[in-house]
Design a protein around this ligand. Sequence first.
Ligand SMILES: [Zn+2]
Ligand SMILES: [Zn+2]
Length: 123
Amino acid sequence: MTEDFIGMCYPTTCYNCGKMADQEISASSSRAEVVCANCGATRIFVPRFEEPAAPGEFAPIECYDVWDLLTDATCKNCHVTGPHRLIIGCRNFSTHCENCDYTHFFRFDVEYIPDRDGPKDTQ
Ligand SMILES: [Zn+2]
Ligand SMILES: [Zn+2]
């Protein structure tokens, strides 16, 4: 099962092109990504299996605002379609089912900027 269970757009200022643009957010069990609809800047996140010590651990290492979003999705765990909370920063991505508290954690893996310099690996 690899189909996306999260799919939404969040209009905000892109960290790459600096324009207000939809950021297309998608997530499946095996991967999550955020793509700028304007410049195509893509961030890929992969699952991380360690439990973060606390939700507050997300904050200090971020390079820009953490997005705290709600979207409807069908939970992989309880199979209820309802609100899921997305916490997205430049290093972390998590989805949290508001019904059963099931949480997926992802960590930043690679960034791809399509124009100018071509593919760029920031690791
Ligand atoms: Zn952009
Ligand atoms: Zn659930």
